[in-house]
Design a protein around this ligand. Structure first.
Ligand SMILES: [Cu+2]
Length: 172
């Protein structure tokens, strides 16, 4: 299960809230304390996912900007089933592509984009149909113990194709 900091609010009494606040302040202080040492930090941008029928699989794409090289050991989603990294490769001459699982994803310092035709996340079987505008939560776990969650909105295949053709400056 992914870690959720929002969503349907559970019952939190005043004591729990106070402890949470103190913990948050302590974490903030710790973060400030080791601020400028160029520690591992990954900023996720432009996340989106593909539509999927119930029981099908969704592909998730996003860009990661890394303050230092890092390794993602697992990826999970709240869409149901399991998730993993895969690398797409075009097979010679056939116009077909295949996907090979990537056990752990090594992130270089700098920018790494997961995009159609390259490395991406596959998740499923999804428990409910995913249509344009739906959200799924994605959690990355790093080998140093960090976890990072973000929300990816489902985009229609048409929108995704249009984005790809814009990126390459030509229709496809
Ligand atoms: Cu795939």
């Amino acid at each position: 299960m992914s870690v959720r900091w929002h969503g349907p609010g559970g019952r939190r009494d005043a004591l729990t809230a106070a402890v949470g606040l103190i913990l948050l302040l302590a974490l903030s202080a710790a973060t400030i304390g080791c601020g400028s040492s160029g520690t591992a930090e990954t900023v996720v941008s432009d996340p989106y996912a593909t539509p999927a029928l119930e029981g099908g699989t969704t592909a998730v794409y996003f860009t990661m900007t890394n303050g230092a090289s890092a390794r993602v050991t697992t990826v999970s989603t709240d869409a149901g089933g399991t998730a993993g990294f895969y690398r797409s490769e075009e097979e010679d001459g056939m116009g077909m592509s295949s996907m090979d699982p990537v056990e752990q994803l090594d992130l270089p310092k700098g920018v790494l984009s997961l995009e159609p035709g390259g490395t991406h996340v596959m998740a499923g079987p999804v428990t409910i149909e995913l249509g344009a505008g739906d959200d799924i939560e994605v959690t990355l776990a790093f080998d140093d113990g960090r976890e990072q969650s973000f929300t990816a909105m489902v985009r229609s295949f048409g929108d995704i194709a249009a984005m790809s053709s814009n990126d390459e400056g030509q229709p496809r």
